[in-house]
Design a protein around this ligand. Structure first.
Ligand code: TIU
Length: 221
């Protein structure tokens, strides 16, 4: 049955049976000191505010029986899926694959690659491991969504202007309606968070909608 969600630039109606919650990259490597985010020069404490809203939406989605999908950015231990352009970019204090306090930076299976405990996936919830910023590139996300008849994505996670935005752009071009949950996303650069959300809702919602986590929870009740 369609339910309304209060959103910008306009409210919309979604069919919960055809809706998935996708939580982008809420990993220790981005949220905790000593991980990839910090090696890039960021203040990782800026992402903490997104955890409680993500958790509220996650709880509501689980209670409503929604498909919940988690993503993790990271690479194979041999780095064969990490292009030189990604490995060389910027001037981090420790590159992807280097040892750090949470294990090798941004490498699958290392402690830092894990999703933060508050948002840990439950058995049965798909976890998409992605080598890029977008969750569709070089992953099985597209076929998974098609097989479940999903047409709408509620999107939250980090960072707003990097992996959330890239995923929303990929999803939009693949025909998915994307509702980005503003306070359940965060950036190391607050003005980029705001600008990233504004880019989605501008021009009549050029590639999606933006709603609050509270609006999403209300729709899931
Ligand atoms: N998950 C994600 O957004 N990956 C990043 O590298 N984000 C940054 O903002 N650096």
């Amino acid at each position: 049955m369609p339910v309304p969600i209060e959103a910008e630039p306009a409210s919309l109606s979604v069919d919960l049976a055809a809706t998935a919650l996708i939580i982008i990259d809420m990993q220790r490597d981005f949220l905790e000191p000593g991980g990839f985010g910090e090696t890039l020069g960021n203040d990782v404490s800026r992402l903490a505010a997104a955890v409680p809203p993500c958790r509220a939406v996650l709880d509501a989605a689980r209670a409503a029986g929604l498909l919940v999908i988690h993503t993790r950015e990271g690479h194979r231990p041999d780095l064969s899926d990490a292009p030189p352009a990604k490995l060389e970019r910027g001037a981090p204090t420790a590159r992807i694959g280097a040892p750090g306090p949470m294990g090798r930076i941004l490498i699958r299976g290392e402690p830092g690659h894990a999703i933060v405990p508050a948002l840990a996936p439950r058995p049965g919830e798909p976890v998409i491991d992605k080598p890029g910023k977008g969750a569709f590139y070089a992953t099985g996300l597209g076929p998974l969504l098609s097989a479940r008849g999903i047409t709408t994505l509620m999107v939250c996670g980090v960072t707003t202007e990097v992996c959330v935005h890239t995923t929303v752009r990929e999803a939009n071009d693949r025909g998915y309606r994307c509702v980005v949950l503003a306070d359940a996303c965060a950036s190391y650069i607050p003005e980029f968070h705001e600008a990233g959300l504004a880019m989605i809702t501008a021009q009549g919602g050029i590639f999606g909608w933006v709603a609050s986590s509270a609006a999403a929870v209300a729709a899931l009740r």
